[in-house]
Write a protein that binds this ligand. Sequence first.
Ligand code: ADP
Ligand code: MG
Length: 317
Amino acid sequence: MLRLFTSMIVIALAACSAPSDIRDSRFIMGTLVEFTVVGVDDEVANTAISTAANEMQRIEDLFTVYGEHDNSVKQFNRAPVGTPVRLPDEVSRLLEAAETIKIDSHGAFDPSLGGLNLLWGFSLHDKPTAPPPQKKIEQATPPAFCVEKQGDAWMRLNKRCQLDFGAIAKGYAIDRGIEILKSHGIEHAIINAGGDLRLIGRHGDRPWRIGIRHPRLAGEVIESLELEGDVAVVTSGDYERYYLFEGRRYHHILDPKTGWPAAGSQSATVVADSAMLADAWSTALFILGNQPFPTPNNLNMRLLIVDNKGDITANTL
Ligand code: ADP
Ligand code: MG
């Protein structure tokens, strides 16, 4: 039955869209971000969506390590080791949240593997077609203790430590986008950034219906959820940015312990209150695979992990 539902969340939402839906999309953070708003007039919806999209673009510009424009994250990554650097409050706060998740996930999530990530190059324009040499991987893999806060400032402890918010900033941007929609009086909406989303309210007289993509069968869903209220659903998968080399799959979610793409999972989905937490934890749980899940109880998360054999190893959805 599940297969009757369409694959991509994007399509799943479109399929059940009601006439009163107001929809718009923007290309932000390297993905098509879809806004769906229900229950307000067009003018309110359009203003709210534009403001939310601008805010999400601002967040991308603040955190990205790509592109021509300089920002405090790139400056930090260039700063000499051992020199305290003042980061904007917002960057400092997200880094603090990321460092907490690093500790709670036993190092599976690591916001300082930016150098290693650039070496693998999955997010660059010219994507590589073969893995880098082991020696270069070792030289780029950050040590366990990488950045330290001193008063208001942060410093790098090793030249291999380079910040990368790629596994958490999109979730944070979605959260900010939802806050903006709410501040415009919107009570029913979804912001869907390429399958990572947060929803509020209901879809007319029904809950929102969300399809979670099957990690191997393009066009099919592995789970379909009916959700309402205020909830985020984020998936990390090895099918988004990858290449095959000598019969093996190499993808963009890196195990900080080995420096290589994590091998334990095909996808990890987290349902949580905050898209920021769901984003970071979906990456962490993807890496942890079927190891015991150290997710802190107080985070109130539900999980769906598909292991490297395609078996569902944890389903609390
Ligand atoms: P997506 O960006 O496809 O939604 P993720 O949220 O899992 O996927 O984030 C993957 C990105 O996060 C990578 O492109 C890289 O920038 C960064 N990253 C890769 N491995 C890790 C890791 N172990 N911890 C933190 N960030 C990571
Ligand atoms: Mg993530």
